[in-house]
Design a protein around this ligand. Structure first.
Ligand SMILES: [Zn+2]
Length: 283
């Protein structure tokens, strides 16, 4: 995905100001709008979008060339969609408040990996070390609500950015160790056979399934509620037999135990459930 450029701001009735970004997409068939949970408006233009005006340059992905866009044309388009934008701003208030709250919380003192039923305590120990050292995870006990662990970060722990980076690495490594077995377990349960299982840090989707049957899941599903993490796996497992998103696909997906349309919908908003220390780039 080509990075988009901020070109203007959109002012809602009521005074809320949203930064507007624009990019060209090879997949878009017509102009589209999207509002991110961080409150940015994105205008997506189809590859064929052409304008005589000279407002600015945009990358044409995959072509190595660029294209002009017309700021007036974009402003008109936003104005035509004012009602949609203002409704979307209202609708996403809970998600944006959650993101804001988690940003203000800073570094975590605990984390729960619901899909694995694991509870982690996170300790910070200051020392003269230049960077951050992450200690070996310490298993504490196993009780009615799952397994309890402690993790210790030591070194320059007053550097929030370094701590976040260390925690992000830890979560990715732990996800790589534990999630393949979790994914396999769900596949076994429904009689699906993936060609392989991969865990990555993804940006745009929770999971993918390749034509060769390789299932890839985002490491962040560790931080999702159980039912949603399960839905991600079931969705990709359903692609093992049906690659598209046809009605037949959803019929199959919703026939699996614990799979639901409500979870499928909730996943579209679920990035707001991921704490900022994990999703934001290190400061
Ligand atoms: Zn899909």
């Amino acid at each position: 995905m080509a990075p988009s450029t901020e070109i203007t701001r959109f002012v809602c009735r009521g005074g809320n100001e949203l930064p507007v970004r624009v990019r060209i997409s090879t997949r878009a068939k017509r102009r589209k709008l999207s509002l991110s949970y961080s409150g940015e408006l994105e205008v997506i233009l189809p590859l064929g979008y052409a304008s005589d005006a000279r407002s600015g340059l945009l990358d044409r992905p995959g072509t190595g060339s660029s294209s002009r866009y017309d700021l007036d044309d974009i402003t008109d388009f936003l104005e035509q969609n004012r009602n949609w934008i203002e409704r979307a701003v209202q609708r996403t208030i809970p998600e944006r408040t959650a993101i804001q709250a988690s940003r203000e919380e800073g570094l975590p003192t605990s984390m729960t990996f619901e899909p694995l039923t694991e509870h982690w305590r996170v300790d910070y120990q200051h020392s003269d070390l230049n960077g951050i050292r992450i200690g070996r995870p310490a298993f504490l006990d196993q009780d009615f609500d799952g397994a309890h662990y402690a993790l210790t970060l030591s070194g320059a722990v007053d550097d929030e950015g370094l701590c976040r980076l260390a925690l992000q690495r830890f979560v990715l490594n732990w996800a790589r160790q534990r999630l393949p077995q979790y994914v396999q377990g769900i596949c076994d349960e429904i009689g699906a056979t993936p060609g392989g299982i991969n865990v990555k840090r993804r940006k745009t989707s929770w999971g993918t399934c390749s034509s060769k049957g390789l299932i890839t899941v985002d490491a962040r599903i560790l931080l999702l509620p159980k039912n949603l993490a399960r839905q991600v796996v079931l969705h990709e497992a359903a692609h093992l037999s049906i690659m598209d998103h046809s009605p037949q696909f959803y019929q199959r997906l919703y026939s699996f135990p614990g799979s639901s349309e409500a979870s499928e919908k909730a996943l579209k908003k679920a990035s707001a459930l991921i704490p900022a220390w994990l999703s934001d780039p290190p400061r």
